[in-house]
Write a protein that binds this ligand. Structure first.
Ligand code: 6PG
Length: 244
């Protein structure tokens, strides 16, 4: 499959991902004046974010969202926003209004999800009835083949209308409530880039590859259900994940 690229190690993967993100930004800004990106959570994107922080770009044209978030304060070590702030966003001289963090100060994950969904609708002026289309959504994959906070067998994975929902934790840590993009929002994106690394993901990635090769049949994995309607889908993996 030509949308899967395997790299020798995570440094090569992150370097290629940085070039891809910067080019997507250049194209988007040239095309419509802004670049809307949803950052991935977890630890894999850390190297990518650190590389981007050292590069030149038209940062004032970027709008930063999170494709999912743990329902914890943004100064909590488990927060995806904390990782993004410390490795990338705090290094950029951008307007705070360019950072669209999940409002975890809301009294519940469900209320945070609804408020985040409203913010996405407002930003994309989706009153026009069109589903918001991010220029780029970054995603990771867990060893159970979950992506964002769409966990196998959980209701959030079955959502077909809402753009953002609350999600109960899956089997992988941390066991906290989440707020997550849904498949309808992810699959409306212009570009989706997955990054996955490590031998612990090889079995899950093998299942995802089968899903991607047989997309017309019943898919078995959350990550394998990401199939942008008209956007580009790319998987950047390291040799260990691709090994199976
Ligand atoms: C989260 C992430 C999650 C992550 C995968 C991979 O909130 O945990 O969004 O979907 O991307 O679990 O995590 P690692 O990159 O840490 O392996």
């Amino acid at each position: 499959m030509n949308n899967i690229k395997a790299f020798g190690n995570t440094d090569e993967l992150a370097a290629a991902a940085a070039e891809y993100v910067l080019e997507a930004a250049r194209q988007s800004i040239k095309d419509h004046g802004t670049f809307s990106i949803a950052l991935a959570g977890g630890s894999t994107p850390r190297k990518l974010y650190a590389l981007l922080a050292g590069r030149d770009a038209e940062w004032s044209k970027w709008q930063f969202f999170m494709s999912d978030e743990r329902y914890v304060p943004h100064d909590d070590g488990r927060s995806n926003q904390k990782l993004a702030n410390e490795t990338l966003l705090n290094e950029l001289s951008i307007d705070p209004g360019q950072i669209h963090a999940v409002p975890v100060e809301e009294p519940s994950a469900e209320q945070a999800a609804r408020r985040y969904e409203d913010e996405i609708h407002r930003y994309f002026n989706a009153g026009s009835g069109k589903r918001p289309a991010f220029d780029l959504i970054l995603l990771g994959m867990g060893s159970d083949a979950h992506t964002a906070s769409l966990f196998p067998g959980k209701p959030a994975l079955e959502e077909t209308y809402r753009l953002v929902v609350a999600s109960k934790p899956g089997v992988l840590p941390p066991p906290v409530d989440r707020v997550t993009f849904t498949l309808p929002l992810i699959n409306a994106a212009r570009r989706v880039l997955f990054m996955a690394a490590g031998a612990d993901k090889a079995e899950a990635f093998q299942k995802v590859r089968r899903d991607l090769e047989h997309s017309s049949e019943q898919t078995t994995t959350p990550a394998g259900m990401v199939c942008p309607e008209s956007g580009e889908l790319l998987w950047f993996v390291d040799r260990a994940t691709a090994a199976a």
